[in-house]
Unconditional design. Structure first.
Length: 276
């Protein structure tokens, strides 16, 4: 089975938090595996690395992803008389600082690394006005469901209590986006020799990735194996090459042959083993 899936990164028609899905999750909801459910599923993704090299991890490989929204409401007033206001900007700054211990002091990092990032903050209309409202958005990344739940609870508690201490309020919304991408141990063990044969520039254990991947939804339904293909041109140092999602990212297209060969070889090897 070949899965031709649109909207892996999301859809302009669907805003996160609206209760509608896209990409792999939507494909499954619409019956992708209902008539023909595979025994295993494979995927390959390009990234900086020696052209034609292959890398992977067993178990958790890419992070889960949750979208974070925090809206802080205070009391608007004159910037020259802040005692007559409840400063939503100062409160937001305190919340951002207060979120750091959620990972550094509360998350069980022996079970899972964790990241909480505030990526945007919007508030205010003039230099001498304390605004009523500040809106922040961010992302949460973990690799364990218990840690994921704990981090979410601690973010909510910290933001709300910090705002309360300032006389403001904080509305916290956490929207699950993608599960952790987990490579099935038995599948990796059986398919690793195949990848070692087809790689043109060697194989290696991949690093734990902070990015997320909606392939994870498929891998929750059937055993999955997600691996990476190095595509940095031979005349560039992969360590200095522009990363994915960067306008300078460049693919050495000769490496794509290795990716296609790897996928075809794994499918053929799996079917051969399954039918022996």
């Amino acid at each position: 089975m070949f899965v031709f899936q649109p909207a892996e990164e999301g859809s302009s028609l669907v805003r996160p938090g609206e209760g509608r899905s896209w990409g792999a999750e939507l494909m499954l909801e619409e019956g992708l595996f209902e008539q023909n459910k595979p025994e295993a599923i494979f995927a390959v993704h390009v990234m900086p690395g020696e052209s034609g090299s292959l890398s992977w991890r067993t178990g958790a490989s890419l992070a889960s992803s949750d979208m974070l929204e925090i809206n802080v409401t205070g009391q608007q007033g004159h910037g020259g008389m802040p005692w007559n206001t409840v400063d939503s900007i100062v409160t937001s700054a305190q919340i951002i600082t207060g979120l750091q211990p959620v990972v550094s002091r509360k998350a069980n990092l022996t079970k899972s690394p964790a990241v909480v990032t505030i990526g945007s903050i919007h508030g205010g209309s003039g230099p001498n006005i304390v605004p009523e409202r500040v809106e922040m958005t961010g992302t949460i990344r973990t690799y364990d469901e218990d840690v994921r739940a704990q981090v979410g609870r601690d973010i909510k508690t910290s933001a709300e209590k910090i705002a309360e201490s300032a006389g403001a309020t904080a509305e916290v919304s956490i929207t699950p986006m993608y599960p952790t991408t987990v490579n099935d141990a038995d599948l990796v063990e059986s398919m690793a020799p195949v990848l070692e044969q087809v790689a043109e520039s060697g194989t290696s254990e991949g690093q734990l990735q902070g990015a997320s991947e909606d392939f994870a939804f498929y891998a929750q339904e059937v055993p999955g194996f997600y691996f990476f293909l190095g595509v940095t041109p031979p005349d560039q140092d992969p360590a200095e090459a522009a990363p994915n999602h960067n306008p300078e990212f460049f693919v050495h297209e000769d490496a794509l042959v290795v990716g296609a060969r790897a996928m075809a070889s794994m499918a053929a090897a799996y079917l051969y083993k399954a039918n022996r």
